[in-house]
Design a protein around this ligand. Structure first.
Ligand SMILES: NC(=O)c1ccc[n+]([C@@H]2O[C@H](COP(=O)([O-])OP(=O)(O)OC[C@H]3O[C@@H](n4cnc5c(N)ncnc54)[C@H](OP(=O)(O)O)[C@@H]3O)[C@@H](O)[C@H]2O)c1
Length: 326
């Protein structure tokens, strides 16, 4: 069967994303074939497109997140059937497509209360928030944390989930409008990191102590200010590079800055085990279904317009989550 897909023709700017027709064979024994209703846009797609993160040899597929309906199942698949509503956030690349095959143990059943659009918007960013605040750091009521880029896709989910636990989120944002959006999502204090001194403001807001943990998906531009915002023995969670990779770092500086910890986690490790992945997804679904977390789909594009969406994300024009309608 032929299906339409956005393909990565080579590494480079948004224009390397091209709509092409690709052959979709029947699913292998362990796979399901999913007809996508909505596809998620994530910053990792930009890294794959530009070549900061490795991809299979180009031309190749791109995209890691989608929601849709099972149209065929491989002979060994016992826990899914044709007609099931499903979603996923996983390698291998290829979610920017009308339909694709994927191993059934990378896919979860989507509860009836959650729409395809919500599924495509939340799986990758939402499971990321789940592991960041439940497993990388066990966030608890009364904690105060710093989250960089609080009005972004991961950011708005994080603010809401953290607030529901009773934690206080100090969030950085790039504009006043984004500050209002972050506050509406439960961010208690906003710092404008384009012109304010972030560590000084964090100290002011924490009686001079600093925070026990910083979540930083921005990378190069925010690395130093994040470290300087930590309390002694604090944890630096550097989980992304929207502004570029963190440059090489002298580990001895961690002792001088107060016996700090650093981790560089990735969703792939925290969801490598299918059981852990499904638990993460189900924890997320519960948070959405009980009203603690609202999925903010603030931008929608046609899948064919993927290049446009990438431009907007890189230009810092987006807030919350972005999906593609297929
Ligand atoms: N390790 C993991 O498991 C994992 C999983 C998911 C996401 N991530 C990472 O988390 C980060 C956020 O992902 P997301 O999809 O939710 O994106 P996003 O936060 O919606 O978009 C990125 C935001 O970063 C801010 N930013 C600051 N400097 C920037 C720059 N030089 N270029 C572009 N943006 C800049 C912008 O917000 P302002 O305008 O407010 O500055 C921008 O809107 C990304 O780095 C992503 O790779 C990591």
């Amino acid at each position: 069967m032929e299906v339409g897909a956005i393909r990565l023709t080579e590494h480079g700017g948004p224009d390397v994303l091209q709509w092409q027709s690709v052959d979709l064979p029947a699913p292998a024994a362990n796979e399901v074939q999913v007809r996508h209703h909505a596809v998620g846009l994530n910053y990792i797609d930009v890294y794959h497109r530009s070549g900061i993160y490795p991809t299979p040899e180009t031309p190749c597929g791109i995209g890691m997140e989608a929601a849709g309906i099972v149209e065929a199942v491989g002979s060994d698949v016992k826990d899914m059937k044709v007609g099931d509503r499903v979603a996923y956030a996983s390698q291998p690349l290829g979610a920017y497509s009308e339909a694709r095959n994927i191993a059934s143990d990378r896919v979860v059943l989507l509860p009836d209360e959650i729409s395809y659009d919500q599924g495509a918007a939340m799986m990758l960013q939402g499971m990321t928030v789940e592991y960041l605040l439940q497993r990388t750091y066990q966030l608890k009521s009364g904690d105060t944390v710093l989250f960089q880029a609080a009005a972004g896709g991961v950011g708005l989910l994080f603010c809401q989930w953290a607030k529901s636990i009773g934690a206080r989120v100090i969030g950085t944002v790039g504009s006043e409008e984004k500050g209002e959006i972050a506050k509406a999502a439960g961010c208690s204090d906003v710092i404008y990191y384009r012109h304010e001194d972030v560590p000084a403001r964090v100290k002011e807001l924490t009686d001079g102590k600093g925070v026990p943990v910083v979540f930083d998906g921005i990378g190069k531009d925010t690395w130093e200010m994040s470290l300087a915002s930590l309390a002694p023995r604090g944890l630096m969670v550097t989980f992304g590079n929207a502004s570029g990779k963190v440059p090489p770092f002298d580990i001895n500086r961690l002792s001088a800055m107060g016996s700090l910890y650093v981790t560089r986690p990735t969703l792939m490790t925290y969801t490598a085990d299918s059981g852990e992945m499904r638990k993460s997804a189900n924890d997320l679904f519960k948070k959405v279904m009980n009203g603690d977390v609202d999925i903010k789909i603030n931008q929608q594009y046609l899948l064919r317009e993927a290049a446009e969406a990438h431009r907007a994300l890189e230009a810092r024009e987006t807030t919350g989550s972005t999906i593609f309608n297929v």
